[in-house]
Design a protein around this ligand. Sequence first.
Ligand code: ATP
Length: 259
Amino acid sequence: MSALALRKENSPVSFRPNIIELKALSKHFGKLSVLDDISFKVREKEILAILGSSGSGKSTLLNIISGLLSQDEGTVYISGKSSTSYLGWGKIVYMFQEDRLLPWRTVRDNVAFGLENSQIPKSEWPAKIREVLKLVNLEDFADFWPHQLSGGMRSRVALARSLVAEPQILLMDEPFSKLDAQTRSQLHAELLRIHQLTKMTIVFVTHDVEEAVVLADRVAVFSSRPGRIKEMVDIRMERPRQLTDMGVVRAVQDLRRKI
Ligand SMILES: Nc1ncnc2c1ncn2[C@@H]1O[C@H](COP(=O)(O)OP(=O)(O)OP(=O)(O)O)[C@@H](O)[C@H]1O
């Protein structure tokens, strides 16, 4: 059985310990205050959305959580340890707004990029790549080039590249925002299916209220700049959630009032 499948569990998210803890984070760029006194915890295996308007500091926060950027004040704890850089640690991956596929590499070799800084022996790469391409329904496209793929397929490759080293935490910065509504909705379903299998912790940034309600266990609502947490909203609804479900419609309306 694959390692991805082995992590499958049915325990409810609410009983899991915190894997990320932010304490009193603040960030300025020169005189511009971008984040102000941000504190919250993310539970292991939770899907947390960071929802806010453009320029409210959402990407800056993900950059700090990943260690790409340092905060001016406050602390980031991952699994109880404070550190300045976590990406190289192999447990956290970051999926950016653009898919960042390398055009001179095939799908297989783009996915291999996700293994290049990992501790996973090279002899295991082919099996890992096959497995993750299967997970994102691209097993027949390993030899394709990025220019031969649709936008949705490119996003799946980017997702496969993020997942191939089996991270515990996936940070996503509006990864599906450039896709059309139908493809985005397919990718949401795929992400939830993959989350069910792997039970990673996912923190994703969005300014799309519907995306937050369809995907998240909780939503951190950001104020406009400087970003502060206005409210943490629990989304307690069965999945899959359809945009036409009354509960979803109501949650979307409620959240719209809060941002
Ligand atoms: N490296 C930087 N140097 C100076 N200013 C920056 C830098 N990075 C971000 N900013 C500024 O910080 C503010 C917050 O930017 P950030 O990208 O975090 O917002 P966001 O909420 O992710 O926005 P969007 O939804 O539009 O992506 C913006 O005003 C931006 O111009």
